[in-house]
Design a protein around this ligand. Structure first.
Ligand code: PMP
Length: 346
């Protein structure tokens, strides 16, 4: 039966998600998940009925949180579904292309490949910013330009003036998709305020990170109403399970937001703690990170990754040579990892 699959799919290597790679142990710092396991009450009373395609209460709550209009919000099954919907809706398979800037999140490439859409890569500059000239030279046939901000796995922010320059450059030609999966850790750096001005901007958001709801599978696209209406044509009829919208609405309530914000403060403090501890060691480089993870370049990244793995501390190796990405966990988890790395190099 495998031979019946589309050729492209036969050749495809699926995304090596942290969960697929596996591992065993009690310190899980490989998937940029939150260490906080918050409690929610479930209402199972109307599950015989389909939910709304776009639950209005959820849309309104997220619009409030992100300071945009409800018409500028689409809810999806995680930001990953947002990536796929944008490619399916805007790129003609076999003809048109997406553009992205490695090193960055792997799903732009994989979603495009699955759908049969070409991919153009314009690497980030040495300081991991957009190479605007090279992007401009490569815009032919490109419908979507993906910019991950803060970028995964490097953790840095993309300069806002460069995002604006890219929006100007692509006006009437292509949509700039700013993936803000980690923006809640530095919300003031969001590009959401540009939506009013730029009809070619789409922003991806998720509840998987700062909201500590990776298992919920709830994300959002923020964009001009015209983009949202196109996406509504291709989204599944009932994409949002009722319990998902109930829990997401609770997480976006006043008390839910207060909890998220205090957890963000704690994780940002843990990130500073881990960075300060690693910075004291010689021979490694810790890059400034704005999300709930840090990218570290070790003298022997693969060896270090294996050693932590064997010790039951699961980190993520990165495409950067000798790079290891460490998610920010609880203070206890950060202490354990820091202690292990200190011993490893002493
Ligand atoms: N974008 C980036 C940059 C991510 O790191 C991730 C999750 N690893 C996603 C999107 C997908 O998030 P979600 O869980 O909402 O599908």
């Amino acid at each position: 039966m495998e031979k019946l699959a589309r050729k492209r799919v036969q050749a495809l290597t699926p995304y090596q998600s942290a969960r697929r790679i596996g591992g065993s142990g009690d310190v899980w710092l490989n998937a940029n998940e939150s260490p906080f396991d918050n409690e929610y009450k479930l209402d199972c009373s109307r599950l015989n009925r389909y939910g709304e395609c776009q639950p209005q209460e959820l849309i309104n709550a997220y619009a409030d949180y992100s300071n945009v209009q409800p018409e500028q919000v689409l809810t999806t099954r995680g930001a990953d579904e947002g990536i796929e919907l944008l490619i399916r809706a805007f790129c003609e398979p076999g003809e048109e292309a997406i553009l992205y800037c490695p090193p960055t999140y792997g799903m732009y490439e994989i979603s495009a490949e699955t759908i049969g859409v070409r991919q153009k890569q314009v690497p980030l500059t040495q300081d991991w910013q957009l190479d605007l000239d090279a992007i401009e030279d490569n815009l032919n046939q490109v419908k979507l330009v993906f910019v991950c901000n803060p970028n995964n796995p490097t953790g840095n922010l993309i300069r806002k003036e460069d995002i604006v320059a890219l929006l100007e450059m692509t006006k009437d030609r292509a949509i700039v998709v700013v993936d803000e999966a980690y923006i809640d850790f530095c919300l003031e750096m969001s590009s959401a305020d540009l939506i009013e001005q730029y009809p070619n901007l789409a922003i991806l958001r998720t509840m998987s990170k700062a909201f500590a709801l990776a298992g919920l599978r709830c994300g959002f696209v923020l964009a001009d109403e015209n983009i949202i209406n196109v996406l509504l044509k291709v989204i599944a009829p009932y994409p949002v399970p009722l319990p998902v919208s109930d829990i997401a609405i609770a997480a976006l309530s006043e008390s839910g937001l207060a909890k998220m914000q205090s957890q963000v403060l704690e994780l940002n403090a843990n990130r500073a703690y881990l960075k300060a501890g690693l910075d004291l060691m010689s021979g490694l480089t810790v890059f400034d990170g704005w999300g709930n993870f840090l990218l570290v370049q070790f003298p022997d990244g693969d060896e270090l990754f294996k050693a932590t793995w064997d010790a039951g501390m699961i980190l993520r190796n990165s495409p950067l040579e000798n790079g290891v990405r460490i998610s920010i966990g609880s203070r206890d988890e950060c202490e354990k990892v820091l202690g292990f790395i200190r011993n490893y190099y002493s």
